[in-house]
Design a protein around this ligand. Structure first.
Ligand SMILES: Nc1ncnc2c1ncn2[C@@H]1O[C@H](COP(=O)(O)OP(=O)(O)O)[C@@H](O)[C@H]1O
Ligand SMILES: [Mg+2]
Length: 250
């Protein structure tokens, strides 16, 4: 496989809920090391697209390849083992567990076998890696606090850190900055771009905050009513009349 082969390749993906075509024939590639933005109005199918790519939902049509391997129909946990991490639009931290334990559990999802979980070390040997992730996301002072006692923005950071415990080559982030204040938003953007630069990890990011998307992403895909209506660099997207009419103008 050549270095330029896509990390993620989506072909003709569709998903219908009753009469609603949530995702309608979507195709795109993501190149290694790229930070791709996925934007579009509420209800345009962004989260459904992620769920179809990641095996949370079964698409009606289409194929998904990760690093050249057909993963259509694979379960989310299988994708995790292939080095694909994700965050959900809704927070998925366990509020009654510490920050550290949340991040260790996320790593176990990736690595752990059932036997390992039953008979292995309680931290599955992941404490060191979890601590490095906590330090990277600047959560060190919150390490031993219950995740539920943190601010919403801090919990979003824990959620992001959890997605990186898959040792991922690809991370899909669904509105990582949704409801987060401006300072935390700038911090999150800086951490994601540093991670990308240092590890070459590829990201696909759904986000409504345009400043965040335009400054973080090298390329942007715009969805409306389940279809791709535009694709290009930040400046191209900002001045694209179809995008302004469907999304940015509002
Ligand atoms: N589980 C579901 N059952 C029925 N309809 C759904 C379900 N999930 C999403 N939808 C519908 O599919 C469309 C796309 O939703 P979604 O993917 O959440 O959009 P976005 O993430 O872009 O806001 C919407 O019309 C939504 O109401
Ligand atoms: Mg969504």
């Amino acid at each position: 496989m050549s270095a330029a082969s896509p990390v993620l390749s989506v072909r003709d993906l569709s998903k219908t809920f009753g009469a609603i075509k949530a995702v309608d024939g979507v195709s795109f590639d993501v190149r290694p090391g790229e930070i791709l933005g996925l934007i579009g109005p509420n209800g345009s199918g962004k989260s459904t697209l992620f769920n179809c790519i990641l095996g949370q939902l079964k698409p009606d049509t289409g194929h998904v390849e990760v690093n050249g391997r057909d993963v259509s129909g694979r379960r989310a946990c299988d994708l995790n083992k292939l080095g694909v991490g994700r965050t959900f639009q809704q927070l998925s931290v366990f509020p009654q567990m510490t920050v550290l334990d949340n991040i260790i559990v996320a790593g176990q999802e990736h690595r752990g076998t059932m036997l390992g979980r039953l008979f292995g070390a309680p931290d599955a040997g992941l404490a060191g890696e979890a601590d490095r992730m906590i330090d990277f996301f600047r959560l060190t002072h919150l390490r031993d606090q219950m995740a539920g006692s943190l601010s919403y923005g801090q919990q979003k950071l824990v959620d992001a850190a959890m997605a990186f415990m898959a040792g991922p080559s690809l991370v899909l982030l669904d509105e990582p900055a949704g409801g987060v204040n401006l300072t935390m938003l700038a911090g999150l953007k800086e951490r994601l771009s540093t991670y990308n630069r240092e590890h070459g990890t590829t990201f696909v990011v759904i986000e409504h905050n345009m400043e965040f998307v335009m400054s973080l992403c090298s390329r942007i895909i715009v969805l409306a009513e389940g279809r791709v209506i535009a694709e290009g660099g930040p400046e191209e997207i900002r001045s694209n009349q179809t995008v302004i009419d469907a999304y940015l103008g509002g």
